[in-house]
Design a protein around this ligand. Structure first.
Ligand SMILES: Cc1ncc(COP(=O)(O)O)c(C=O)c1O
Length: 454
């Protein structure tokens, strides 16, 4: 039988995360306050514990994974690396298509890779209550689960459109003991402002972040956890690529191209950065490696955004971060890949894109569902709408190989399963899903409000 699942033993779970900051050509631009000066750690300590802030600012290449975290990772990790042979055959491509299946976690995606250490470090710092936001519902589910593991109460602001599209994601979070509210709410000033502006607002990730940050900053007993974007989140997610490297070693292959959906950039950074480490170390196998972030055409942060200092949230509560952005008050169209509806991107992914170390491509909604359905019919797994973006781009790469005859090794990040996204699939099958035009005007208006720095 041809091997299609490359597995690692539980004791092969990596012992350290990889910090790409150690290998950047230039040091990352510091987060700035409203005065244009770097934000002091004490300011950030209003919403994050010091142990997390230390990781956020670290330039150390390898950071040890606490044993307690590895123990919980072991509930589902190591995640399988799979070869999509039936998809290759259906496409008639000479390419070898692999995917890392992050959908095997309790929450159904890669997000617990960071939720578990975040809950661990908060608990170690004496914190027993956290707030967060969730777009697709995957991050909220993950922090609810992780909070439950460490005895932390979790309150979640869930983007209203996702709350309506995915009622069972809410049930899942409640099952793990979390409180869930549809954002915008009347409970915060940020929510009240948005409801005054538009009583029917569908919300956005940027706005839900504002609500969660506002609450955490106003309560001494509460911290905030972010599911993407920040350096420490990308650090935790490198467990994906580190495992994948060990798995490729077992079969004597190395990827030519790595693709991942990109919302805030955590899963993309997680799968790609450990391979970029090889490139930085002069490893010949990685010399021609391409890493491609895949985003929706309706929220094209890297491909159409500006590289500038901007707020991480809609209301301007967070520090200014240098990143690709569509403008912090841009409200992306209500596509079903809720986890990709974010105006900005991780600073690290943004810098690497700016320095041309990685590539980006934008794909329209219908083509992503077409790819997801083709994948499900070949490989059995129904992917999350976010993951469908990577599948679309992986299929496109494999079809190019069909033309050129190159037997490339393609790796994509199957960031999550789509079991809570069947309403989106229903709408796709009913012909009710649309391709939103590139929202040029809204983006231009929002970019006109970029904060002035320097
Ligand atoms: C399944 C899935 N994939 C990808 C993403 C995108 O997030 P990130 O870019 O942080 O990986 C999300 C975010 O919610 C998600 O739920």
């Amino acid at each position: 039988m041809q091997a299609t699942r490359i597995l690692l033993d539980q004791n092969e779970i990596p012992t350290h995360w990889y910090n790409v900051v150690a290998d950047l050509a230039n040091p990352p631009a510091p987060p700035l306050g409203p005065d244009g000066l770097p934000v002091p750690p004490e300011k950030m300590a209003e919403i994050f514990p010091m142990n997390i802030l230390e990781q956020e600012m670290s330039a150390q290449r390898w950071i040890a994974i606490p044993e307690e975290v590895r123990q919980i990772y072991a509930l589902w990790r190591p995640a399988p690396l799979c070869r999509a042979i039936r998809l290759e055959q259906a496409l008639g491509t000479p390419a070898k298509i692999f995917y890392k299946n992050e959908g095997v976690s309790p929450a159904g995606s890669h997000k617990p890779n960071s939720a578990v250490p975040q809950a661990f470090y908060n608990h170690a710092a004496g914190i027993r209550r956290m707030t967060t936001e969730t777009g697709a519902g995957q991050w909220g589910s993950s922090l609810a689960f992780a909070g439950q593991m460490f005895g932390i109460a979790v309150r979640i602001y869930m983007v209203k459109i996702s709350y309506q599209q995915k009622p069972f994601r809410r049930s899942l979070m409640q099952t793990w003991g979390a409180e869930v509210f549809a954002s915008p709410t009347e409970m915060t000033q940020a929510g009240r402002n948005e409801l005054a502006r538009d009583p029917n607002s569908e919300g956005s990730l940027g706005l839900a972040i504002s609500e969660a940050v506002e609450e955490a900053a106003s309560r001494a007993d509460t911290t905030y956890g972010l599911g993407s974007v920040l350096n420490h989140v990308l650090l935790h997610q490198t467990i994906i690529g580190l495992e994948a490297k060990k798995q490729f070693e077992k079969i004597g292959l190395y990827p030519d191209v790595i693709l991942g959906p990109c919302g805030g950039g955590s899963s993309f950074g997680g799968i790609a950065f450990p391979f970029l480490a090889d490139k930085a170390a002069g490893d010949k196998r990685a010399q021609h490696l391409r890493c491609v972030a895949v985003e929706p055409t309706s929220c094209p942060t890297l491909t159409k955004g500006h590289y500038a200092y901007d707020f991480g949230d809609a209301s301007g509560y967070t520090p200014l971060m240098k990143m690709y952005t569509l403008g912090h008050d841009f409200m992306p169209p209500g596509i079903h890949a809720g986890g990709l509806r974010y105006h900005g991107d991780s600073q690290l992914v943004s810098q690497l894109y700016h320095e041309q170390q990685i590539e980006a491509v934008a794909v329209p909604q219908l083509a992503t569902f077409e790819a997801g359905v083709q994948f499900a019919r070949c490989e059995g797994i129904v992917p999350a709408p976010e993951s469908c973006h990577a599948i679309r781009a992986a299929i496109d790469e494999a079809l190019k190989c069909k033309v050129t005859g190159e037997p490339k090794v393609i790796l994509f990040n199957l960031t999550g399963h789509g079991h809570f996204d069947m309403a989106a699939y229903d709408r796709y099958f009913a012909g009710q899903l649309e391709d939103y035009a590139y929202p040029a005007e809204a983006i231009a208006a929002s970019l006109a409000h970029l904060p002035k720095v320097g």
